[in-house]
Design a binder for this molecule. Structure first.
Ligand code: SAH
Ligand code: SF4
Length: 351
């Protein structure tokens, strides 16, 4: 296996005394055309391509499976060069009314193979962490999903497999390439990182120059509730986490989002709704309520629609800046992170 070209920022691509404009042509093929075949790069000399291919690998992964659902959410299972599996999910959203409709595409991106954080409700963490993704494997998901969609991707959410803030050394250079006009040209405000609450890393991220968005997986209004499902809360208890959020917000002058998945009998009582609203007021943060998606082999359930509505209403009564209830798209294709890989790995083990 050669080193992966995309692991290196394109500004630093060089090979012997190959002129810069050749490297610029190469960048164009990859980032503008989404081309991952040396032979298709018709304006590059054969000798140059031969030289490149003896030193570098071009394609970070191949598509193993693509699964679409009735609401046209599409999930991709990718096989990395070392055989590990990761997922990305493409989620369309149609906005606007009557004649003027615009459809936006969001890609949910993975940052690790598996996850070390071990939230008890999550499919990604069930087998622990296999490894971090490299910069090229993160950027590659966007480039290859764009090829599959055959159109521009408008938004990115780092809510696939893995904890993004546990992989900052590979992630930040990936963000540089995603944000760059010469890279994928996606605007910082169209990019959201989600974290389970690695408080010190939130402060580190606050220093990253671009104004990317931050979402916190809260899932509990007090330590006792959060601890039941998120062991990370022992390391960074709620107040430590909220303080790091306050510092992030003070530095960035930007609203953050509190994500709250609703799990029956665990975090869905109305007292939690009040606490959630009060944390959101303290941080001037938006709230995203997400009913839990069932995971094979785990017994957690989403609450009844009635309970979800009551919780939503109680949160609203607490006057947080904004609350949205996100009835998950792609529920029927295991859209929650890590589930397709989990199933594939199980099938491979039993066959
Ligand atoms: N590790 C990061 C980002 C990846 S998970 C984090 O935890 O924030 C992205 C989001 O999906 C998190 O809010 C996570 O709690 C949520 N999630 C995980 N499993 C889920 C499930 N089965 N149903 C609904 N949301 C889930
Ligand atoms: Fe990891 Fe996020 Fe899943 Fe928790 S919810 S195990 S942090 S991927």
């Amino acid at each position: 296996m050669n080193p992966l070209l995309l692991d290196k920022p394109f500004e630093k691509w060089q090979l012997g005394n190959v002129p810069t404009y050749r490297m610029e042509q190469l960048r164009h093929w990859i980032f503008e055309q989404g081309c991952f075949e040396w032979e298709e790069m018709t304006n590059l000399p054969k000798s140059f391509k031969q030289e490149l291919s003896t030193h570098w690998d071009l394609c970070p992964m191949e598509i193993l499976r693509s699964q679409g659902s009735t609401d046209t959410t599409r999930k991709f299972l990718w096989k990395l060069r070392d055989g590990q599996l990761i997922e990305s999910v493409l989620i369309p959203a149609t906005t606007g009314t009557k004649g003027i409709r615009s459809s936006r595409l969001t890609l949910c991106v993975s940052t690790q193979v598996g996850c070390a954080i071990g939230c008890k409700f999550c499919a990604s963490g069930l087998d622990g962490l296999k490894r971090n993704l490299t910069t090229g494997e993160i950027v590659g998901q966007v480039l290859l999903a764009r090829n599959q969609a055959n159109r521009r991707i408008d938004n990115l959410v780092f809510m696939g497999m893995g904890e993004p803030l546990a992989n900052l050394p590979a992630l930040l250079p990936a963000l540089d390439q995603i944000l760059s006009e010469k890279g994928l040209g996606i605007g910082a405000r169209h990019l959201t990182l989600s974290t389970s609450g690695l408080a010190p890393k939130i402060l580190e991220l606050a220093k990253y120059p671009a104004q990317i968005r931050l979402a916190i997986s809260l899932h509990g209004g007090d330590d006792q509730t959060r601890q039941k499902i998120m062991p990370i809360n022992e390391r960074y208890p709620l107040n430590t986490l909220l303080e790091s959020c306050e510092r992030f917000i003070a530095e960035r002058k930007k609203m953050i989002t509190l994500e709250y998945i609703l799990i029956e009998g665990v975090n869905d009582d109305l007292k939690q709704a009040e606490l959630l609203a009060s944390h959101a007021r303290r941080l001037n943060a938006k709230i995203n309520l997400i009913p839990y998606n069932r995971v094979d082999g785990l017994s957690w359930k989403r609450p009844s629609l009635e309970q979800i509505r009551a919780f939503h209403q109680k949160v609203e009564q607490g006057n947080p800046p904004r609350v949205t209830l996100r009835m998950e798209k792609g529920h029927d294709i295991d859209a929650a992170c890590g589930q397709l890989r989990l199933r594939e790995n199980k099938t491979q083990k039993t066959s």
